[in-house]
Design a protein around this ligand. Structure first.
Ligand code: PLP
Length: 437
């Protein structure tokens, strides 16, 4: 109560704006994850890795737009690309432009499993398109997903069942990081399931990394059972220059993961709204609109249409190309994630002797309340987090969030942190000192 009262006192303008918004948006909200009781803090603006709220408080931005904001707020190169697109090209032309193939080529250079790809407008859309492609290619309907998985606003599996999905019966929900279980699930659903859809690290589920064995066993079993392996890299592709898939090396074959389809989104267009789905060229050629051309692998008229007004929007195409070429380059990506690895280890050290622990990969992590990393219990799946967390732990997590905000650290209420490029060791040290305190 004390933490909450102080929060109310410090944020009168946010409270007023929230009370106004309640009259038009349900709960004053249009993005569920951003609601925080008693009311969310309203931000006025962002500069680099700083946010300034409507009551004038400044924060170190450790949310990083839930990983999409890795380039920082108003990055000068991104800003120039936006200005030059709007002044020299104009917004969507209702026609094909050169930037589309250039941006796609840039993406393929980084993620070679995406031999062909198509653009859309969000990670949710990219996953929906990937699923419809897998269903068309196999003639099957069900899809295997995992408890704790999050693939978009209408593709949520955070509580063991399908939430918000269009059809609740389309899903088989497996256990994450259960290598034997997934093999059984895949062989039991041969001829029934079109695809396995999986995150290499469950992001919204608590930043829980998938094991090498688990992910490679999915790749192998899907191939053997006629299913499509879809890897959702909407959040994780920023964790290595070639995405998380490039780092998950099969111990026997010495090869990285090669999903049939990969989905991207979030930061991939430098902060513009974007989704990408791409993969094996035979699969993607189902979209080839030229009926009988040489390179139409299907040798038949396009089976699928993918026509979205904003799929090739000029801002996403131009700014995306610039972002991957000159801002979030492989070098910057490697450096930021190395900093993240250091930071995560330091956080873990601070958690010793408390009921806190930390999970994650590179510059994306999650602080959890409940249990400790010293009790020997590994966190392999969301069930492990739920089993550890008592009501007291949840309250402790809330107090931690109120205190972090009060001290000028913007973190997600659920404890998730995603570092923004340009963030310094000294800034992170400030947060570590706060955690220690
Ligand atoms: N997939 C994953 C792994 C995500 O983390 C998210 C967003 O948080 C999505 C898909 C959905 O992306 P979007 O919010 O752009 O629809």
């Amino acid at each position: 109560h004390e933490a909450e009262n102080r929060y109310r006192q410090n944020h009168p303008n946010s409270q007023n704006l929230h009370e106004k918004a309640i009259g038009i948006l349900p709960g004053g909200n249009t993005r569920s994850v951003l609601h925080t009781d008693p009311f969310p803090i309203y931000m006025d603006r962002g500069e680099g890795n700083r946010l300034i709220d409507v009551d004038g408080h400044e924060y170190l931005d450790l949310v990083g737009e839930m990983t999409a904001g890795v380039c920082g707020h108003s990055n000068p190169i991104i800003r120039d690309a936006i200005i030059s697109t709007t002044t020299k090209t104009g917004l969507n032309l209702g026609a094909t432009t050169a930037a589309e193939a250039s941006f796609a080529e840039k993406i393929r250079n980084r993620f070679p499993s995406m031999e062909r790809m198509r653009f859309c407008n969000s990670g949710t859309e990219a996953n929906l398109y990937a699923l419809s492609l897998a269903r068309q290619a196999t003639g099957l309907n069900k899809v295997i997903v995992f408890n704790g998985g999050y693939h978009g606003g209408v593709l949520m599996f955070l509580h063991g069942v399908a939430e918000n999905t269009v059809d609740k019966n389309d899903w088989v929900v497996g256990t994450y990081n259960d290598e034997e279980g997934v093999q059984r699930l895949i062989s039991d659903n041969k001829g029934i399931a079109a695809a396995v859809l999986v995150e290499g690290m469950q992001g919204a589920g608590g930043c829980i990394p998938g094991s090498v064995k688990f992910l490679h066993s999915i790749q192998k079993a899907t191939k053997e059972n006629g299913m499509i392996f879809i890897m959702d890299e909407v959040m994780t592709s920023r964790l290595a220059p070639g995405g998380l898939q490039s780092t998950i090396i099969d111990p026997q074959g010495n090869a990285p993961l090669k999903p049939d389809i990969t989905t991207l989104g979030k930061y991939i267009a430098g902060g513009m709204t974007i989704g990408v789905f791409g993969g094996r060229k035979e699969l993607l050629s189902l979209y080839d609109p030229r009926p009988f051309s040489e390179s139409n692998v299907q040798k038949q008229p396009a089976q699928m249409s993918h026509s979205g007004t904003f799929n090739n929007n000029t801002l996403a195409m131009h700014v995306g190309l610039v972002a991957l070429s000159a801002v979030y380059t492989p070098e910057v990506c490697t450096k930021l994630n190395a900093l993240g690895d250091w930071f995560r280890q330091e956080l873990l050290d601070r958690c010793r002797g408390t009921r806190m622990t930390v999970t994650g990969v590179g510059a994306v992590c999650n602080i959890h309340f409940g249990g400790s990393h010293e009790d020997g219990l590994e966190i392999l799946r969301i069930e492990d987090l739920n089993a550890r967390r008592s009501i007291d732990d949840s309250v402790l997590g809330d107090i931690f969030w109120f205190r972090a905000v009060q001290k000028g650290f913007w973190i997600a209420r659920r404890g998730m942190l995603a570092l923004t490029m340009g963030t310094t060791r000294a800034e992170l040290q400030g947060f570590l000192d706060f955690v220690e305190d």
